[in-house]
Design a protein around this ligand. Structure first.
Ligand code: HEC
Ligand code: HEC
Ligand code: HEC
Length: 297
């Protein structure tokens, strides 16, 4: 075919006709995008039915423990050369493995039956080398999925949801979302430091008052997820540092360096360390929400 354009419309049509076949490449890219989405995206939607609020408890986790119990018991019986229970245990494990593999359709391909059947054959033949290799192969199936999906599942179902928290500010009765509380705390702490540096100690002390009140409110948030008394982050040691900041702000002309240093200690001991524990889950969930909005289909 000649590829010389004559008129603009025909030129477009001809250019398309002469372009190399891109469908294979497009398909490859689509597959790659799907792979990457599976890596960084949320767990598959059908897992939702096995966790609260849809389920009464973490059902999938309970089935995992059952699966793990089955294969561990198999190893124990094998060590004891209790071959009768080995055979029975294997049959039970295989049934449970099949049942679990059908719980989440998106993960159907991640529970191949072949390694399990190779384990069954090796157990029947009683060849120790083949049994060892087959156990490892089954273990690799478990491990591969865990590396990719355990953190996601923890973040999504096990950690609690900071974004769902609603905090009532006692003085005004205002209802705050968690990020609002964080931003107000940040603004008040930074305000106390900056205003001292700018020679405005009265304003700094006002910020400090707000900071104390908001920090007290932060201390009440923990009970939304924790039932035991909280140490670290909002405990008496941190309040000592908060009191020390008040002392540093008390003189008519506070020492800016002392104020800055004390505020920094609060930042390191409370804010920074609490973020290391709690922010990965909260931020990952926000990231998934943003990914949902980006979805291209
Ligand atoms: C296709 C994915 C997948 C496969 C395959 C898989 N698991 Fe899991 N497993 C999970 C997920 C997701 C969790 C996290 C559940 C939770 O925390 O609620 C988990 C959690 C577990 C836990 C609890 C870990 C912990 O401390 O939180 C055990 C034990 C376990 N699996 C055993 C196994 C065994 C044994 C196999 C292989 C025979 C296996 N799993 C195969 C997805 C998988
Ligand atoms: C419960 C432990 C905890 C403590 C203590 C804590 N934070 Fe946070 N903070 C979080 C979590 C979780 C997030 C992520 C969710 C969010 O962005 O609101 C966060 C987010 C933030 C953000 C980002 C808010 C946004 O715009 O989304 C700021 C700013 C912040 N924290 C400041 C502070 C400061 C300053 C302190 C200490 C005075 C502090 N935080 C103490 C848990 C904590
Ligand atoms: C949205 C839920 C949520 C909120 C709110 C929350 N945490 Fe946690 N936090 C968790 C989870 C889940 C863990 C993991 C282990 C566990 O459950 O203790 C954890 C772990 C911790 C740990 C380490 C393990 C332990 O139990 O000692 C500390 C310390 C902690 N949180 C302190 C706090 C403090 C202080 C606050 C309030 C300022 C707070 N948390 C608010 C969910 C939350």
């Amino acid at each position: 075919m000649r590829c010389t354009p004559f008129v603009p419309m025909a030129a477009l049509a001809l250019a398309a006709a002469c372009a190399p076949d891109q469908s294979a490449e497009v398909q490859q890219l689509r597959d790659r995008v799907a792979e990457l989405e599976a890596m960084v995206g949320p767990p598959p939607a059908s897992l939702d039915q096995f966790y609260p609020p849809q389920a009464e408890g973490p059902v999938y986790l309970a089935r995992m423990h059952q699966l793990a119990g089955g294969i561990t018991a198999l190893g124990v019986d094998l060590g004891e050369q209790d071959m009768e229970n080995v055979q029975r245990g294997f049959a039970q494990f295989r049934d449970e493995y099949l049942a679990v593999s059908q719980m989440v359709p998106e993960w159907a391909g991640q529970y191949p039956i072949e390694p399990v059947d190779r384990l069954g054959a090796a157990l029947e033949a009683g060849d120790p080398d083949a049994i060892g290799a087959a156990f490892q192969e089954v273990g690799a199936v478990c491990h591969t999925c865990h590396v990719a999906n355990l953190p996601k599942t923890y973040f999504r179902y096990r950690f609690g949801d900071f974004m769902a928290l609603r905090i009532t500010e006692p003085a005004s009765g205002r209802e705050l979302h968690y990020p609002d509380l964080m931003r107000e705390i940040e603004g008040a702490l930074t305000g106390a430091v900056v205003d001292v540096m700018q020679g405005q100690p009265d304003r700094a002390r006002e910020h400090y008052g707000t900071f104390r009140a908001r920090f007290e409110l932060l201390g009440t948030v923990c009970a939304a997820c924790h039932t035991t008394e909280r140490r670290y982050f909002v405990d008496a040691d941190v309040w000592e540092k908060i009191d020390a900041l008040g002392d540093a702000l008390a003189p008519a002309q506070p020492d800016p360096q002392l104020v800055q240093h004390t505020a920094q200690e609060i930042g390191e001991e409370s804010c920074g360390k609490c973020h290391l524990v709690h922010a990965p889950s909260a931020l990952t969930r926000m990231h998934w929400d943003e990914m949902g909005a980006l979805a291209v289909r």
